[in-house]
Design a protein around this ligand. Structure first.
Ligand code: NBG
Length: 764
């Protein structure tokens, strides 16, 4: 690309050449398309990391975000392109607006997969992500009548300029009663100053978007047409659940066929497959790759027992949750219908386990003929890892303890990480530039160098940090007004909770805090400064209580906004259609990072790391990676509260938690919960939904909101008080930024490679 960007001014640099006319004469769309082609060529010119052994990271989700800026940064073209556009009176930021965000993921699990590919590319590791090209993604969220509505996220306009290149590969996947043909699309994943990795997405040729009728509803029995329309189609009925099994088998069979063909091409005789391939099974969605690989190896003449050993040496499994509901478990009859060819293999694997171990907990197939995917993963892989130290410890000591006794050497921890390219350099360029000026740019490749910031702490540096935060808040204010018409005050404290909507993450705890604060203001207890509580979250379409929480937040937002006194002190905003693009605006603007999951339930969290890196302080429970953040920054630089994971686990074991007694004994809890059914809330919303939520809290509260309520209120108050001492606050922010280096996904990936994959970096 170097020649393209150093061309003479008259002929234009690369951009004008790709556009076929001078920049000034182009529409924004023409410029965007030209840049896209130019970047694609530049990535191709860099080439893909090669090596005998290759990683195949198989995942149902890859939440990659927009790619233009990130690719320009990684290819070292960002500044040149920005300056060149600016010289012609054009703005790169405006072009970025045209790009639609690929809707290929849901939350942390998918974003982690994207960060990992960036780090693999950057570290020179030969690596491919393998997943599916969902036409309409997860869904697009809008708010109507204070409720979440779902519509297809048509991020893909087939035939138009796209990052996806159609590969020449076509494969057949055989289901029980029919076959389908798949097509492969590749997206180059640029590394920072290095060659590329690839994201390889399979689609089914028979997919038909016309099947979608009302919102995101479609006839789920039309498998061949519906297979790749959505990520996580509604699984509240058997048809939806079976469709997910079809999707998973489609992904796994395609991945397995591709892997074997590629490895053979690189010289493998398949018996030595482990020298050619490392397969990372990202949560349980790709688990069927195990029996599928065994099936294909046996088909190619390898004895079953040998094939089983080969697959075990190739595969490794990452667990991302301890919530039982997320550990997939499929009735054998579903598998029989979808992929009868792998059922005898699973039965044989199950029989093997039974021979050596009688314990019911570790069986692959249970007495009701349900197949436990995670159990199969653990038995048939050489590594099982959790994603933060506490999470791995809970897996080892509690949730998966019987497996740990069987295979102590297979368990390991890999604390999650984030790519600093996207989550600082791209989304917070002013902060990145300040860091460069202060300690040089070595941190861009070695994030631990951020610690050196601490040697430079003085009033000037803290003042600059404060000024950058202020400008980021102003930018966010401009963005959210354009995005959804909400006006927020950059002068206020930005108190942010953005993540999937789930009861264990406890958005409802934050909601109850906001109600309490509102009632306090009504009673004359004014905060020191206005607080803007910002939520970003999508609820799974079939998750009723999660949608009730969104409804209550939106109703409260309306009630507070309509109150002429309260609206001077408190504002509640929920970002519509929260996604990576919104996160990139929001996170650099945050003051408070809410990480308030019920201790023991959040495997890691990665938002917590992004906020920390961008100079927000954590208000959190000692859960997931929060524990490691606390260890790194020290007690003075984080705000923690709530019961410990040990206490919570003991409560579950005792089974004696009674939310009603908290409701009755604690006046503030009672007032906050009762307010859900107040006249004002009912006027703003739907009585059924609000009542269901209040009832759920009082009578069930499975994720124990009430026992942590008082401690949360007290710690948040302490934190809001601390926010008024600007210098001390910024000094805490500086410590958080300086200590964030540990959470670079480059570190995480280097550990995966050292302990699990053993790939050789491509040196040239
Ligand atoms: C999520 C966890 C997070 C974790 C990410 C990435 C799922 C199933 N799990 O705590 O909830 O940070 O995975 O590991 O989405």
């Amino acid at each position: 690309m170097a020649d393209a960007v150093t061309q003479t001014r008259d002929a234009g640099t690369g951009i004008a050449r790709y556009a076929g006319k001078p920049i000034a004469n182009c529409t924004n769309l023409e410029l965007f398309n030209a840049l896209l082609r130019m970047v694609r060529d530049a990535a191709q010119a860099r080439g893909t990391n090669q090596g005998k052994k290759r990683l195949y990271y198989v995942s149902a989700e890859f939440l990659i975000g927009k790619l233009l800026s990130n690719n320009l940064i990684n290819l070292g073209l960002y500044e040149q392109v920005r300056a060149e556009l600016a010289a012609a009176g054009r703005s790169l930021a405006e072009l970025e607006e045209l790009e639609s965000e690929p809707s290929l993921g849901n939350g942390g699990l998918g974003r982690l997969a994207a960060c990992f590919l960036d780090s693999c590319a950057t570290l020179g590791l030969p690596a491919d992500g393998i997943g599916l090209a969902y036409h309409c993604g997860l869904f697009r969220q809008s708010f109507l009548g204070n409720k979440q509505c779902e519509t297809p996220d048509g991020w893909l306009t087939w035939g138009q300029e796209s990052w996806m290149r159609r590969a020449s590969l076509h494969q057949t996947v055989s289901f029980g009663d029919f076959d389908v043909t798949s097509t492969l699309y590749d997206i180059d994943v640029t590394g920072y100053g290095s060659k590329c990795a690839r994201l390889r997405l399979f689609d089914v040729d028979s997919a038909d978007e016309r099947l979608i009728k009302d919102g995101i509803a479609f006839d789920k029995r039309r498998v061949a047409q519906g297979l790749t329309l959505f990520l996580y189609p509604d699984d509240s009925d058997d048809e939806g659940r079976i469709l997910r099994v079809y999707q998973e088998y489609f992904m796994c069979s395609n991945a397995a066929q591709l892997i074997l063909a590629e490895c053979e091409e690189r010289g493998s005789n398949l018996r030595d497959l482990a020298d050619y391939a490392a397969v990372q099974i990202n949560d349980t969605h790709p688990s069927m790759i195990i029996p599928e690989l065994i099936r294909l190896l046996v088909q190619r003449g390898i004895a079953f027992d040998e094939a089983r050993g080969i697959v075990r040496d190739v595969c490794a499994y990452t667990n991302h949750t301890i919530l039982a509901e997320a550990l997939e478990c499929w009735p054998k009859s579903f598998l029989q219908r979808v992929a009868p060819q792998i059922v005898p293999i699973i039965e044989r694997l199950d029989a093997d386990v039974r021979k050596s171990c009688k314990e019911p907990f570790v069986q692959i197939v249970d007495e009701h003929d349900n197949v436990h995917m995670a159990n199969m993963d653990i038995h048939l892989s050489h590594s099982t890892n959790g994603v933060a130290a506490l999470h791995t410890k809970i897996l080892e000591d509690v949730e998966l303890a019987p497996f740990r006794r069987l295979y102590p050497e297979r368990f390991n921890n890999k604390t999650n990480g984030i790519t600093f390219r996207r989550w600082c350099i791209a989304c917070n360029p002013e902060l990145a530039a300040l860091v460069d000026r202060t300690i040089g740019d070595g941190w861009r490749h070695d994030a631990t160098q951020l610690e050196r910031l601490l040697e430079h702490e003085d009033d000037a540096l803290l003042g600059e940090l404060a000024a950058i935060k202020r400008r980021n808040k102003e930018r966010f204010a401009t963005w959210i007004e354009r995005h959804q018409g909400a006006k927020v005050d950059p002068e206020s404290v930005f108190d942010v909770q953005s993540k999937r909507l789930h009861e264990y993450k406890r958005q409802q705890l934050n909601l109850l805090w906001a109600i309490d604060a509102y009632l306090g203001i009504k009673a004359g207890k004014l905060p020191r400064r206005k607080v803007t509580v910002i939520f970003g979250a999508k609820a799974a379409p079939a998750y009723t209580i999660a949608k009730d929480v969104i409804h209550a937040i939106l109703c409260l937002s309306q009630v507070v906004a309509a109150d002429p006194v309260a609206n001077k002190w408190l504002q509640i905003v929920m970002i519509e259609n929260y996604n990576v693009t919104a996160a990139e605006r929001l996170i650099p603007a945050a003051d408070i990072s809410e990480q308030i999951s019920l201790a023991s339930k959040e495997a890691s969290g990665t938002g917590n790391m992004k906020f920390m890196l961008n100079g927000a302080l954590t208000l959190g429970t000692m859960d997931g990676a929060n524990v490691e953040i606390a260890g790194l920054v020290g007690a003075d630089n984080i705000f923690t509260f709530g019961e410990s994971s040990d206490e919570v686990i003991a409560r579950y074991q005792r089974g004696d938690y009674d939310p009603m007694s908290y409701y009755q004994d604690d006046e503030r809890i009672k007032a906050a919960v009762d307010f859900l059914l107040s006249h004002d809330m009912l006027a703003a919303g739907d009585g059924h939904s609000l009542d269901r939520l209040a009832h759920e809290l009082m009578c069930k509260d499975w994720f124990m909101t009430f026992p942590d309520f008082d401690a949360y209120l007290a710690e948040k108050d302490r934190m809001l008080e601390a926010a008024e001492d600007e210098a001390t606050w910024q000094s805490k922010c500086l410590v958080n930024i300086a200590k964030a280096g540990f959470f670079s996904s480059d570190r995480t990936i280097a550990e995966y490679n050292r302990d699990i994959w053993h790939l050789t970096p491509d040196a040239d």
